[in-house]
Design a protein around this ligand. Structure first.
Ligand code: ATP
Ligand code: MG
Length: 301
């Protein structure tokens, strides 16, 4: 595995009974990139990500995360008895764990402990941990540092999860729907945090249902549907978005006119400008949004 590859997955498969959650999935994540996994509910995002994190067993396939198989017993288990799907199959190595940060889809519960206590406690697990108070500040929980975690709002609990994911200063950070429950301001602050971490060299894999989030953060987006990766591309290239046909629309006394989709909208606009002798009333030129592209991708299945 070359040095610029953080994650390499070939032929990954995972079924729960008869339900095939992940089917023959291939995936490469480069070091230093922000990779977003998009897909509808039940598409297989969490299953995939938790296999990469070493939290679930796989049924088949080759997986390397920072050069290590997150389920080191995979080979021997496969040769022996039936694979099972218990969580926490066992660490590859503590050293590997220390290089990987994890924010699971479910929020952690710490009952009577305060935010500061939990973050300080987790910092103790990592030799190169970040400053807990700085991390609390970074996720916007400074005002809640002394609050007991069970008194936090949903979005505040999620911020705590993010704090625990980054406290060990991971090389590779997994975030499963990190901003679900965040208000718009918190989401923007989180985006800044991800950009900072990325600028500092952290490789980031996140799942999200927010297309604007994928567009704002991701170098590449992988669309997963029915347990298969249907496309991987930069957000502005997804589904050949840049080459997608444009719709030109303008106003006439009889009402709005929409051109048939055009591959040469500029020519049409020029012609319209000549026809109207200047300003074209109510002119718009639109191409499919990321959401349009995404919905057609998952809808065609
Ligand atoms: N522990 C489990 N036991 C049995 N089936 C499971 C388990 N976890 C997931 N599944 C099934 O596997 C499929 C994929 O689920 P997964 O949680 O990976 O989807 P997801 O893409 O993360 O969805 P969401 O967007 O809702 O979080 C679903 O059909 C789900 O019901
Ligand atoms: Mg999920």
């Amino acid at each position: 595995m070359s040095d610029d590859v953080a994650i390499r997955v070939r032929g990954l498969r995972k079924a729960y009974g008869d339900n095939v959650a992940v089917a023959d999935l291939d995936l490469d994540v480069r070091r230093g990139e922000v990779f977003a996994l998009l897909g509808p509910n039940g598409a297989g995002k969490t299953t995939t990500v938790e296999i990469l994190e070493g939290y679930r067993h796989r049924d088949a396939g080759e997986v390397k995360v920072l050069g290590t198989d997150p389920d080191p017993a995979f080979g021997s288990r496969r040769r022996g008895s039936q694979a099972h799907s218990s969580r926490f199959p066992g660490d590859p190595t503590p050293e590997w764990r220390g290089r990987v940060g994890i924010v699971l889809q479910g929020t952690g519960e710490f009952d009577e402990l305060t935010v500061a206590e939990v973050v300080h406690h987790f910092a103790g697990f990592y030799p190169g941990a970040d400053d807990p108070d700085k991390v609390i500040e970074r996720v916007g929980l400074a005002a809640k540092a002394r609050a007991r975690t069970h008194t936090l709002s949903g979005g505040q609990k999620r911020r705590l999860d993010v704090a625990l994911g980054i406290i060990g200063r991971p090389e590779l950070l997994f975030l499963d729907e990190p901003t679900t429950g965040f208000d718009p301001e918190a989401r923007r602050e989180f985006w800044e945090l991800i950009r900072d971490l990325s600028a500092a060299g952290t490789t980031i894999v996140l799942t999200t249902h927010y297309l604007d989030e994928a567009e704002a953060l991701a170098d590449r987006v992988g669309v997963i549907a029915g347990g298969r990766l249907v496309e991987v591309a930069a957000p502005d290239r997804l589904g050949n978005r840049q080459e997608a046909l444009a719709t030109v629309s303008w106003r006439t006394p009889e009402g709005r006119v929409e051109s048939a989709e055009s591959g040469t909208p500029t020519a049409l606009v020029t012609e319209l400008a000549a026809r109207f002798g200047g300003e074209v009333p109510g002119l718009t030129v639109t191409r499919p949004t990321l959401e349009d592209i995404y919905l057609s991708m998952i809808g065609h299945r």
